[in-house]
Design a protein. Structure first.
Length: 318
């Protein structure tokens, strides 16, 4: 069977999973952030696959796979394969109370958070053509450099408050603007971030610090009200201290990429030591790592010098 190739590079192990689904008579699509990043020419960290095959069927197609959750996700060959689904009421503002499996890729894409994450590539089965599926015009928003919610933004953020943080993180990572109605909905629902666990908030904040210009994420969090709801200590800093912290954060990340503890220290360096400890505890930073970050933050009154070498950084990081 002559298999059409996607319009972006994909590892053969990933296309092999799609080919296996197609050969078994099922639809199979690459979806989500992997497709988004591939279309932008960025490295793809994780590929996700969506299919009309139900979980039990996926596990028969891929012996040795495992059912990951009640939402239809199966781990097979190192990839998450999830059955198309429709979500229903989100009582806790995080996860749907119930899901209904679907046979329709369009229904599955309609429940997703952002248009640029609602793009798929694949085929309905062995006898159909491979194509891009993009009902929300996510590719148009990629070209326009916009972060836009799928459908009604108020509904999207009311369903899952984690989407508030994710929208800000992705906008900062890609240096995209947030579409006005989407931004208004984020501002209106910023307080709903209290529904997100502290561990997940910590994970999102740390991922924001990996952006090329992480101060952009902090600025967006502040402007939309998310910072006040998650890190009020930072939101309450005087203007001069806020400016110093953001400048230092960008310099540190530029000069020492991948040094997450140093980035956290730069973010929190204008806070009093007891506040730093409290924030790190709330973000669920491990005890040993929190000690290192606290020591680094305590050095913040000494202005950051971009001439610091790795030895200087290691001296503070222990």
């Amino acid at each position: 069977m002559d298999i059409a190739r996607p319009p972006f590079p994909v590892h053969p192990d990933v296309t092999s999973v799609l080919e296996t689904l197609w050969a078994a008579g099922h639809g199979g699509y690459l979806v989500g952030g992997g497709v988004r990043d591939a279309l932008l020419g960025l490295p793809v960290v994780d590929w996700d696959v969506a299919t009309d095959a139900q979980p039990e069927r996926i596990m028969r197609i891929f012996p040795g796979s495992s059912y990951q959750n009640r939402f239809g996700t199966v781990l097979a060959r190192g990839l998450e394969i999830t059955t198309f689904r429709r979500d229903h009421r989100y009582a806790d503002h995080r996860r749907p109370d119930t899901v209904t499996f679907s046979q329709d890729i369009f229904e599955d894409l309609a429940r997703r958070d952002l248009t640029i994450n609602a793009i798929a590539w694949g085929r309905r089965g062995p006898d159909s053509a491979a194509l891009m599926v993009d009902p929300a015009d996510g590719q148009g928003d990629l070209e326009a450099r916009l972060v836009r919610a799928v459908g009604d933004p108020v509904r999207r953020f009311d369903e899952d408050a984690l989407r508030l943080l994710r929208a800000v993180r992705i906008a900062a990572k890609l240096d995209f603007a947030i579409e006005p109605m989407t931004r208004a909905a984020i501002e209106a629902h910023a307080a709903d971030v209290v529904w997100v666990s502290e561990e997940r908030i910590g994970s999102e904040v740390r991922r924001m610090l990996a952006a090329p210009t992480p101060s952009r994420a902090v600025e967006l969090m502040s402007a939309t009200g998310i910072l006040a709801a998650t890190l009020p200590e930072l939101d309450e800093l005087p203007t001069d201290a806020t400016r110093r912290a953001r400048v230092t954060l960008d310099l540190v990340v530029r000069d020492h990429p991948g040094q997450e503890r140093l980035a956290l220290a730069a973010l929190l360096g204008e806070l009093a030591p007891e506040l730093v400890q409290g924030v790190l505890l709330r973000l669920r930073v491990a005890s040993r790592e929190a000690d290192v970050v606290s020591a680094l933050a305590a050095a913040a009154p000494q202005p950051y010098d971009r001439a610091w070498g790795d030895a200087d950084v290691r001296r503070f990081m222990g």
